[in-house]
Design a binder for this molecule. Sequence first.
Ligand code: AMP
Ligand code: ZN
Length: 135
Amino acid sequence: MMDCPFCQIARHQAPAQIVYEDDRTVAFLDINPVSRGHTLVIPKGHYPDLFELSPGDWQAVALTAQRVAKAIKAGLGAEGLNLLQSNGPVAGQVVFHFHLHLIPRYRGDGLRLGHRSPYREQDFPETARRIREAL
Ligand code: AMP
Ligand code: ZN
């Protein structure tokens, strides 16, 4: 897509700190990092979100993410790492070209990404049934 910022990065038509690239994916530093080495992995193909992403490109993104995660750990001394990926405005998605966040974690970094506020499930079997039947 012409006016998609991540398509522009994939085509090298916008500035980015690219750390890895192959025929299907690009990994580059998030311009507004939450920790040192915060990286985004994208497919070169344009898909708005996980719901649209092709299985083959999802596989390619997953492989790149693991490879770059290991490099972040080795190269920056991260002790851990969170994967984060948002789909839809309600989930906080801002850029509508699928991307997977690699968020390196360092002791004492103070990030609270895993902070969960509870949802009180009324009917586990019904919830599970609805998902199973939609598959
Ligand atoms: P979200 O859609 O909520 O996952 O957020 C989009 C992410 O993309 C944010 O973390 C931004 O800092 C990041 N971002 C937006 N534009 C750029 C850019 N041109 N280069 C690198 N990262 C970007
Ligand atoms: Zn795009």
